[in-house]
Design a protein around this ligand. Structure first.
Ligand SMILES: NC(=O)c1ccc[n+]([C@@H]2O[C@H](COP(=O)([O-])OP(=O)(O)OC[C@H]3O[C@@H](n4cnc5c(N)ncnc54)[C@H](OP(=O)(O)O)[C@@H]3O)[C@@H](O)[C@H]2O)c1
Length: 288
């Protein structure tokens, strides 16, 4: 006797990602297809009714979040939850949707997404989740499915939190650009420079994770090596004057860390501080 196979209903969680930029594309691709049925939509083409969506993820630029949420207000279903991925806003970033759905939340990945075609490895990345209970639960489950760690810090000042993330992620990329230019100026082939710096940055990241930021400091400032810092300052003066300010600012931060570590002689750290201050003063007086 032949038994006709019944087609089983698709029980996957239906996700609509609004925003085909760097984050939206990465999340849409990374959500496991066994559990999630994902539709990636352009934000600029406007909203469309999605009565079956369990989750709508808004991954648009911060300045556009409220207006895109407002445009979607008549298209979200009461059963959906809505989340956004911006760092500096809590659930209020989706205020126009709050009474239209089951709840709204922030779901901010503490990762750097630089290219829609090449998503970062999300395993172990922390995702800040804040908002209404149901939306928090759904966002946390999505974060776990991505291999991330959901985190909730209800008392954190989100502007300060986002500033910290932007300072590190974007400041590192800026420092890397300055280091790359210096390497090339020093004679390294330009196509090789960023390849040398990436793994170096990875070891710094590992040290920060394993030891904490202060103990991750290495180099001449930690050792109180005045001669090497003076050589750096002279080289910058001659070869990359535009990078001097950035170097000086970085050394000032490092001096505080080196003093806290206490491995260098205080008089050597004072000498480094004087050298940095003198070089910035002489630069100002040259410009005047
Ligand atoms: N990038 C990161 O590292 C990162 C990390 C964590 C959180 N976030 C947050 O994620 C959200 C999205 O950031 P993102 O980096 O993915 O931004 P993005 O790549 O600039 O894409 C965001 C949106 O910008 C639109 N867009 C792209 N090019 C445009 C243009 N020329 N003119 C007007 N709109 C344009 C896209 O619209 P279409 O959908 O129509 O193509 C897309 O929806 C932000 O809230 C950000 O704070 C970013």
């Amino acid at each position: 006797m032949s038994v006709r196979k019944e087609s089983r209903p698709d029980r996957r969680i239906r996700v609509v990602v609004v925003g085909r930029g760097k984050v939206g594309t990465a999340l849409a691709r990374a959500l496991p297809s066994k559990k999630y049925l994902v539709e990636l939509r352009s934000a600029r083409t406007g909203p469309v009714p999605r009565p079956n969506a369990d989750v709508i993820v808004f991954a648009v630029r911060d300045a556009q979040l409220l207006s895109v949420a407002g445009a979607w207000a008549s298209c979200v279903a009461p059963k959906s939850v809505c989340v956004h991925v911006a760092g500096s806003m809590g659930p209020e970033g989706l205020a126009p949707l709050r009474n239209r759905c089951r709840g709204v939340a922030q779901m901010h990945p503490l990762a750097s997404f630089a290219d829609a075609r090449r998503a970062p490895d999300l395993s172990g990345v922390h995702v800040h989740v804040q908002g209404d209970a149901k939306a928090r639960t759904v966002a946390s489950a999505m974060a776990r499915a991505l291999g991330c760690v959901p985190r909730s810090m209800p008392k954190v000042d989100l502007v300060g939190y986002h500033l910290a993330a932007a300072l590190l992620a974007n400041g590192s990329a800026a420092l890397s650009a300055a280091a790359e230019a210096a390497l090339v100026r020093a004679g390294c082939p330009s196509q090789l420079a960023h390849r040398l710096l990436g793994p170096l940055l990875r070891t710094v990241a590992e040290n920060v994770t394993n030891l904490g930021s202060i103990r991750a400091l290495t180099g001449p400032v930690r050792r109180g090596d005045v001669t090497t810092v003076l050589k750096h300052l002279r080289w910058l003066e001659a070869n990359a004057p535009a990078t001097q300010r950035g170097y000086q600012a970085a050394v000032k931060f490092q001096l505080e860390m080196a003093r806290a570590l206490g491995e260098a002689l205080p008089r050597d750290l004072d000498a480094i501080e004087t050298a940095v201050l003198t070089s910035s003063r002489s630069r100002k007086s040259t410009r005047a």
